[in-house]
Design a protein around this ligand. Structure first.
Ligand code: C5P
Length: 334
């Protein structure tokens, strides 16, 4: 090979190497998943390139640099109930039973056993990895969603978590069209479509009996108020909020303010523990401090904010702090 030809080959090889190297560096610096192909093509180890616990631009589980967050965030308590984690420490069980005390509660472990014969007993969402970027939208019920035009932004998330009575029909432009998870308790239940996961927050043993009944015989019609005897929901997608996680949220995140956390705050914490990036919509009281809704004119209702069951102000301040610390992104609407 002539000297000139050899030089050309070397120049080409050098150019090729530097372009490849720059691209890999760029892909990991900006965490662009479309460029991750290079990692696999060259079989380069994760530990060498890994920059954080997830593949998003910012990862919730990144604990370095924020002692306030690191002190509170605990991934060892799973947000959802399984047969295995349903055996609660005595103190946790007593705390949970006190939330909505029942005069003659049924046997908890027998009810749990019956429950997992109706719904699946699975450990879900424990797949966090440097390659995963799961984006989630938590949609509260605030009237600040009215006229917000957030619909398509909400729909662009992987998980879309709604709660309680939240309707979509007629409000799509502001709240979106998709729901992957709908969080509720018996007294706030609504029918769902087949693709949505019903996430039940149990505040008493009767709530677990209710979901069994609502998915099968329809015999339970009343708790402390009349409830839906049957519910339209995909049995195979029903999930149960873990009472131990509920206590953790109350104590670690709310410093035991109020009687127990609101559906909105529990949904937000659920998202923070199973997602890598969380966007929050529909949180915020009206100018008088009421928890108004986007679908009705309930400005004077007062909702829970003034009843003492939840400490709405404290919850909102923690939520704002999470946003200040770039752990969540908050969309405040109008
Ligand atoms: O009214 P509801 O309890 O169904 O609302 C669901 C959640 O949305 C609440 O638990 C609260 O966290 C949040 N919310 C809010 N501001 C409102 C209405 C609701 O932050 N105006």
């Amino acid at each position: 090979m002539s000297l000139a030809k050899q030089r050309k080959v070397w120049t080409f090889a050098l150019l090729f190497c530097s372009i490849t190297f720059t691209t890999i560096l760029f892909s990991y610096t900006f965490r662009d998943p479309s460029l991750y192909i290079f990692k696999h093509a060259f079989q380069l180890s994760d530990s060498f390139f890994s920059k954080g616990p997830c593949a998003c631009r910012q990862c919730i589980a990144e604990l370095e640099g924020d002692p306030w967050f690191a002190e509170r965030f605990n991934q060892s308590i799973h947000p959802l109930m399984t047969r295995e984690n349903s055996i609660l420490p005595e103190e946790t069980f007593r705390w949970w039973q006190w939330l909505q005390a029942e005069r003659q509660p049924a046997n908890f472990s027998e009810v749990v056993e019956e429950l997992f014969q109706v719904i699946p007993d699975e450990v879900l969402y424990t797949d966090a990895s440097p390659d995963r970027c799961r984006t989630c939208a938590v949609v509260g019920n605030s009237g600040n969603l009215k006229g917000s035009h957030y619909g398509s932004l909400i729909d662009s998330s992987d998980f879309i978590i709604r709660m309680n009575q939240a309707p979509r029909s007629g409000f799509e432009e502001d709240v979106g069209t998709k729901t992957t998870h709908h969080v509720m308790y018996p007294e706030s239940a609504i029918d769902l479509d087949n693709t949505t996961s019903l996430v039940l927050i149990p505040f008493k043993t009767l709530d677990l009996q209710w979901i069994i009944s609502a998915l099968t015989t329809g015999t339970i019609k009343q708790t402390y108020v009349p409830v839906m005897p049957t519910i339209k929901a995909n049995k195979n997608k029903v999930l149960i909020y873990n009472p131990a996680f509920l206590k953790y949220v109350y104590e670690s995140w709310l410093e035991s303010r109020g009687r127990y956390p609101s559906t909105g705050f529990l949904s937000l914490q659920f998202a923070i523990h199973i997602c890598d990036e969380v966007s929050v919509f529909g949180f915020g009281a009206d100018q008088y401090g009421n928890w108004h809704h986007y679908w009705e004119d309930n400005h004077l209702a007062g909702a829970f904010r003034h009843t003492g069951v939840h400490d709405g102000d404290y919850e909102y301040n923690v939520t704002l702090l999470l946003a200040d610390k770039h752990k969540i992104q908050m969309f405040k609407g109008r």
